[in-house]
Design a protein around this ligand. Structure first.
Ligand SMILES: CC(C)(COP(=O)(O)OP(=O)(O)OC[C@H]1O[C@@H](n2cnc3c(N)ncnc32)[C@H](O)[C@@H]1OP(=O)(O)O)[C@@H](O)C(=O)NCCC(=O)NCCS
Length: 187
């Protein structure tokens, strides 16, 4: 799987659930990037990795330096954008990087691997929801070839304010005729 001198990417396993929960719970508590207001338990992550991890890539990043060497510092994964069957070729992607590790290309290394894999599996398009303001996430999505295709105005209320949510889309394959079923994650 993809790696740089600093960042290595591997599949997330159910045992990684506590580290993933710690990364994401920081943003649930401190930011509006995630519209949950209550922390997620490792058990919820374990369930989701098992439920979605063979149809969608669930990826985890580690870095080769510092006190976090070898520990999870980022997670990127996909889920169905919508459960109705005609949406089967449209995935929703998400990425989180541990607070102290942002801006070191962990997010872009993870996201590029996720997108490459979704394309190889036969997904036609990837969606992402980005709360405003979130310049880091907007920059990442633009750099990875996503386009802002719409905005849900005042989509949610968190931390004392209403927030818009941008809907971003990256087309992976031109829609020509009937698509073949997507293939499972290849390990
Ligand atoms: C958004 C996030 C995943 C980006 O990951 P990252 O590892 O910090 O970003 P990278 O170092 O890989 O940078 C990716 C691109 O975004 C740009 N970028 C990163 N942070 C930025 C910031 N705060 N402001 C502007 N641009 C920024 C980089 O310059 C780079 O652009 P380039 O490829 O054109 O050089 C990470 O900051 C994060 O986890 N944020 C909090 C949670 C979150 O918002 N998740 C997304 C939910 S939609």
């Amino acid at each position: 799987m993809s790696s740089t001198d600093l960042v290595a990417v591997r599949f997330a396993e159910p045992e990684d659930a506590p580290e993933i929960a710690a990364i994401v719970n920081h943003y649930i508590a401190e930011s509006t990037a995630n519209f949950r207001t209550e922390a997620q338990t490792p058990a919820e992550w374990e369930h989701d990795i098992a439920a979605y991890g063979s149809r969608y890539p669930w990826l985890l990043a580690t870095v080769a330096d510092g006190t976090v060497r070898g520990k999870a510092v980022g997670v990127a994964y996909a889920k169905p954008w919508n459960a109705r069957q005609a949406y089967d070729w449209t995935a929703e992607a998400t990425v989180y990087v541990a607070a102290g590790q942002r801006g070191r290309r962990v997010g872009s290394t993870l996201y590029r691997e996720l997108l490459k894999r979704l394309e190889a599996q036969g997904f036609h398009s990837v969606m992402a929801q980005v709360t405003s303001p979130n310049p880091g996430s907007e920059a990442l999505h633009a750099a990875c070839g996503f386009e802002l295709v719409g905005t849900i105005k005042a989509a949610g209320y968190k931390h004392g304010e209403w927030h818009d949510v941008g809907i971003w889309q990256k087309i992976l394959a031109a829609p020509e005729g009937a698509p073949a079923p997507t293939t499972p994650v290849e390990r």
